[in-house]
Write a protein that binds this ligand. Structure first.
Ligand SMILES: C[S@@+](CC[C@H](N)C(=O)[O-])C[C@H]1O[C@@H](n2cnc3c(N)ncnc32)[C@H](O)[C@@H]1O
Length: 499
């Protein structure tokens, strides 16, 4: 990709590089200026500081230093600094690309620096990652990538200027492919390690994808590659309030391939669209729409189908779609969310729809009038999970999650699904959904909950409630969607009917 940022940097001609060895060091490593700054503040940035790269650095530093989320912190910084158009696009590419490619970049930097990346002071480390990303993944001229990064290091970690200059010059001696040949384990010897380095994912995530894809490593590579591509924005045209074809015309997008409510947006900031402000549409991955529609369409056994429950509703995307469908079908929805601030987000998302929001623990079914046992015709459990199915949208999540998160999440998933089955009436339908393809969170949580529930459940074939002719749905009865197969996040859905 050729960037405006690269050309501008050349025109700046900033080749000033701090003297080697002039660094102020502590314990042999550059001293950080950043450790004292309050969390996620946007600094004053001067025009001469190359604002897109500086904003990108600040966003990446906030992600690593403050556990911030790039998709939340970056838009705020862009607005505060007043970056728009090509500058904003360049800063966004730098942030998302650098965070996604962190694993591969760190391997290259460790080799170039001849030291563990963990032993480089964080401000210098983040600036080096940004510089190495430009060198290896963007067509920014090498001298521009090096000089702009050294300029950045001079500002954020002055003691590391000479070090950064030397490391980046070493990185620039080879292209990405040459570095891979040198650093990646041979595919035949260590297929997981090979894919992990080539596609910049932790090895445990590569293994999880391989398990979920039946060990087909060609497909695993495709799935990993999708996580490193910019994710398209999907809109959901709200039932009864917008038609997807008309909405696509209005926003210059395209109707979705599978969900009758989906619109693919070609670019731009969806928050500025009148359709979003007027609540005719909301931002929602097409896979999330499909699993919600599957629950809404699966047949209940006899009796009414008007009382619906969303047991994990925050921030409210699926509750809003369920609410729109409920309004058309004469049903009502109870939307439960344990976190108060997220329950408030659900209230905003469902305003004007027949949805009652309850700020409660979803496991409290049967303990109060708002969450009675055995009364709901349809119950959705969109369970808290690792989020490994949405790595293309959350570039930092693959590095933040670990296998150690699984036992607690799996317990919560199991308890929530047991509660959901309890909440369903006999003959009612329960949809168990995760935004993760990890088998522990999908099949294991599902089978454990069914085993522990005092109620008998029948698994419906979820494929029957996804669009006819949709490819790549597997052998059933559960369905795992994938970005590389369906263009959706990797959502999992199981549909159960209570006996
Ligand atoms: C995957 S998110 C749900 C996303 C939501 N369905 C949507 O489409 O916008 C899981 C949600 O469950 C909530 N949660 C976690 N534990 C819960 C519990 N015990 N009871 C109810 N909600 C819970 C989390 O706070 C989080 O908002």
């Amino acid at each position: 990709m050729r960037t405006g940022g690269g050309r501008r940097q050349e025109a700046d001609g900033r080749e000033r590089v701090g003297p080697r060895g002039a660094a102020r060091r502590r314990g042999g490593f550059p001293v950080s200026r950043h450790q004292q700054r309050p969390a996620t503040s946007t600094p004053q940035i001067r025009r001469s500081e190359d604002p897109p790269r500086r904003v990108a650095y600040e966003a990446i530093a906030a992600v690593h230093r403050d556990d911030a989320y790039a998709n939340l912190v970056l838009p705020t910084m862009l607005t505060e600094v007043g970056l728009a158009g090509r500058d904003a696009a360049f800063a966004t590419e730098l942030v998302y690309g650098t965070l996604r490619q962190r694993g591969t970049l760190d391997a290259v930097l460790a080799s170039a620096a001849n030291r563990e990346v963990a032993r480089i002071d964080p401000p210098a480390r983040d600036a080096l990652r940004l510089g190495a990303y430009q060198l290896l993944f963007l067509r920014v001229p090498a001298h521009a990538a090096v000089s702009s990064t050294v300029g950045l290091v001079k500002s954020v970690a002055p003691g590391a200027t000479g070090f950064a200059n030397a490391v980046l010059r070493q990185v620039a001696t080879k292209g990405f492919e040459e570095w891979l040949v040198e650093l990646a384990p041979a595919q035949a010897d260590d297929p997981v390690g090979h894919l992990a380095l080539v596609h910049s994912h932790p090895a445990w995530v590569v293994r999880a994808f391989a398990d979920a894809l039946g060990g087909d490593l060609t497909e695993v590579a495709q799935a990993l590659a999708e996580d490193n591509a910019p994710a398209p924005v999907h809109l959901c045209a709200r039932p009864g309030r917008a038609d997807a074809v008309d909405l696509a015309d209005e926003v210059g997008g395209e109707p979705g391939a599978f969900s009758p409510y989906a619109v693919y947006l070609s670019g731009g900031a969806p928050g500025n669209l009148p359709a979003i402000g007027q609540r005719r549409a909301h931002v929602q991955d097409e896979g999330s729409q499909l699993v919600t529609l599957a629950l809404a369409d699966a047949p209940v056994a006899e009796g009414p189908a008007q009382r619906w429950l969303d047991l994990c509703a925050g921030p409210g995307g699926k509750a809003a779609l369920l609410g729109g469908l409920a309004a058309e079908r004469g049903a009502t929805v109870t939307a439960v969310e344990i976190a108060e601030h997220r329950a408030r987000l659900v209230e905003q998302a469902v305003r004007g729809l027949p949805v009652a929001v309850v700020n409660e623990d979803g496991r409290a079914v049967g303990r109060g009038a708002e969450l009675p046992a055995g009364q709901f015709d349809r119950v959705l459990v969109d369970a808290p999970c690792t989020g490994l199915g949405a790595l293309r949208r959350r570039p930092e999540v693959r590095w933040r999650r670990s296998p150690g998160d699984l036992p607690e999440l799996a317990r919560l998933q199991r308890e929530l699904l047991v509660a959901a089955i309890e909440a369903a009436r006999p003959g009612g339908v329960v949809g168990y959904v995760t935004c993760s393809p990890h088998l522990v969170e999908t099949q294991v949580s599902l089978s454990e909950a069914r085993r522990r529930s005092p109620h008998r459940t029948e698994l419906l074939d979820a494929r029957e409630y996804l669009p006819a002719g949709m490819p790549g749905l597997g052998d059933g009865p559960t369905v795992q969607l994938w970005p590389h197969r369906h263009g959706t996040d990797a959502m999992f859905v199981a549909l159960l009917r209570r006996g």
